[in-house]
Design a protein around this ligand. Structure first.
Ligand code: NAP
Length: 495
């Protein structure tokens, strides 16, 4: 595997120096309650390019060993009372809460996001652990009125077995807890492959899981080549569920690799959110929410608005106000808590440049923004493009950065058709004061989530997920446990 961002050895610092509890910084993987492997893959701080530490490059044999441990732990873990599993999850939640500042700082060092966003992610990530610690106790047996004489029928919800969790770099904590807490609560041990861009947050969660008292083999984190490790898990029939968050491209691959042994799948994939503003919308509110929908996580968010459809009578005014708001955003290293931090790597910057150049070739106008090499190679300023035609790349490819594409529309039918003309279906944003339009358009937009007159909609109690090629299944809520469980039907004769 390539080094993430090769730098000379003399620029190396260690992220542990930033932490009150230095033991949260781990440079080994965590398998069967042991720290294993030797640091080999360098991880760099996107803000400075400095190497902040290294993690092991484990391989298929290590991945198999993690499944051996998880498989051995399955029956005893599933056999605990739900409230016993819940008590361990609750301890984990409290430890995460207690380590909030360290976890946030560690995340800023490896991921680059602004410090207050990192704190928000720790809170969001912890909320899933708290939610599922409680959900573990809810009844999981359903009685049904019998359709057979002299028989009693019942449905039991049972854990499937070992679950493999594969997570991306943009939310290095919450994407793990959202999956792991649901799986662990219902009784499934987990093997986790975190993104090789951001493994330290996962390893800190493993350290806290060890302190919380999860039995050996129940929570494992394996770092290294995703192709080898995840490939091994896909091929291993003992891994009964695979939960992936990442790009649609890799999701397709894992879907195919999971077919031979018919795994339960959860896929939280890419998005290409439309942000629709009707002429009757509260424009102040629409602009404020548009800034959040575009620039959260420095634009590197699956919920990020990619395309802005503004009704013709307010188009020029929205363009002007949104451009002014974009230009007012601060940009800098995440530790200084700006609005926008560095992007994750050079590939992400290249993608912004490609989408902007292509849009301009298609006749778009650039109203502000562009690269910020004065700050460093990974900085890209909030960028607004107006009059972007539907044929431009940015109107159908995920940009995953701080570039906004604006266009105008004239009718409801037109905007719904254009908004739906994508392979993605994760979230759509709608701004209008008209209740009939809110109802009608929420119905006709083909997205798993519709946010009306607001941007923040996520949280542990809601089923998060997309339609079409944005994914399969839901995370969070009661539904988040479904992929990790199966229904068993029992019919008892009582004669
Ligand atoms: P990615 O490239 O698809 O990687 C995601 C995970 O898959 C990482 O752990 C990665 O490991 C692993 N992976 C990469 N190649 C693999 C392969 N050939 N076989 C098996 N595993 C492989 O996605 P990303 O760049 O990390 O994340 C950005 C994407 O995630 C965007 O598309 C975004 O929309 C999506 N996302 C979706 C949601 C949601 O809830 N719907 C949330 C957040 C992000 P390595 O890092 O080691 O390569």
């Amino acid at each position: 595997m390539q080094k993430k961002n090769p730098t000379s050895a003399d620029t190396r610092t260690t992220a542990a120096a930033d932490l009150a509890d230095a033991a949260l910084f781990r440079e080994q993987a965590y398998v069967n309650a042991e720290w294993v492997g030797q640091p080999a893959l360098d991880i760099a701080d996107p803000a400075s390019g400095e190497v902040i530490g290294s993690v092991p490059q484990l391989d298929a044999a290590d991945a198999r060993a993690a499944v051996d441990a998880a498989h051995a732990a399955f029956r005893p873990w599933a056999g605990l009372l739900p409230q016993e599993r819940g008590a361990i999850l609750r301890r984990w939640f409290r430890l995460i809460e207690g380590a909030r500042e360290d976890l946030a700082r560690l995340m800023v060092r490896e991921q680059g996001k602004p410090l207050s966003e990192a704190r928000g992610e720790i809170d969001y990530g912890a909320s899933f652990v708290e939610f599922y610690a409680e959900e573990a106790r809810r009844p999981n047996i359903e009685g049904i009125t019998s359709h057979l004489p002299d028989a009693e029928v019942e449905l039991w919800r049972e854990p499937v077995g070992v679950a493999a969790l594969i997570t991306p770099w943009n939310f290095p904590c919450a994407m793990i807890t959202r999956k792991a807490a649901a799986a662990l609560a219902i009784g499934c041990p987990v093997v986790v492959h975190p993104s090789s861009e951001t493994p330290f947050s996962a390893l800190a969660l493993a350290e806290l899981a060890a302190r919380a008292g999860f039995p050996a083999g129940v929570f494992n984190v394996v770092t290294g080549s995703a192709r080898e490790i995840v490939g091994e898990w896909c091929a291993d029939a003992r891994v009964r569920a695979l939960s992936f968050t990442g790009s649609t491209q890799i999701g397709r691959l894992l879907y195919a690799q999971s077919a031979p042994n018919i795994k339960r799948l959860v896929m939280e994939l890419g998005g290409h959110a439309p942000f629709i503003v009707l002429a009757d919308a509260n424009l102040d509110q629409a602009v404020e929410e548009a800034v959040k929908a575009k620039y959260a996580t420095s634009g590197q968010d699956c919920l990020g608005a990619n395309r802005f459809y503004i009704e013709a009578p307010i188009y020029e005014e929205f363009c002007a106000r949104f451009t002014a708001a974009s230009q007012a955003l601060s940009i800098g290293p995440g530790m200084e808590d700006p609005a926008i931090g560095p992007l994750i790597n050079a590939g992400a910057v290249a993608k912004q440049e490609e989408h902007v150049a292509d849009a301009l070739e298609h006749g778009a106008r650039q109203l502000c923004g562009g690269p910020r090499p004065d700050l460093g190679p990974l900085y890209y300023a909030p960028t607004v493009l107006a009059d972007v035609p539907d044929g431009a790349k940015i109107m159908h490819d995920e940009t995953f950065g701080p570039v906004a594409a604006l266009t105008s529309f004239k009718t409801e039918d037109e905007v719904v058709e254009r908004a739906n003309s994508t392979e993605y279906g994760l979230v759509a944003y709608l701004h209008t004061q008209n209740p009939r339009l809110i109802y009608r358009m929420s119905r006709s937009l083909e997205f798993g989530m519709v946010a009306v007159n607001r941007t923040k909609i996520t949280g542990a109690p809601i089923p998060f997920g997309g339609m079409k090629q944005s994914g399969i299944g839901r995370e969070g809520a009661r539904q988040g446990m479904e992929a990790f469980s199966e229904i068993k039907y029992v019919c008892r004769d009582w004669r």
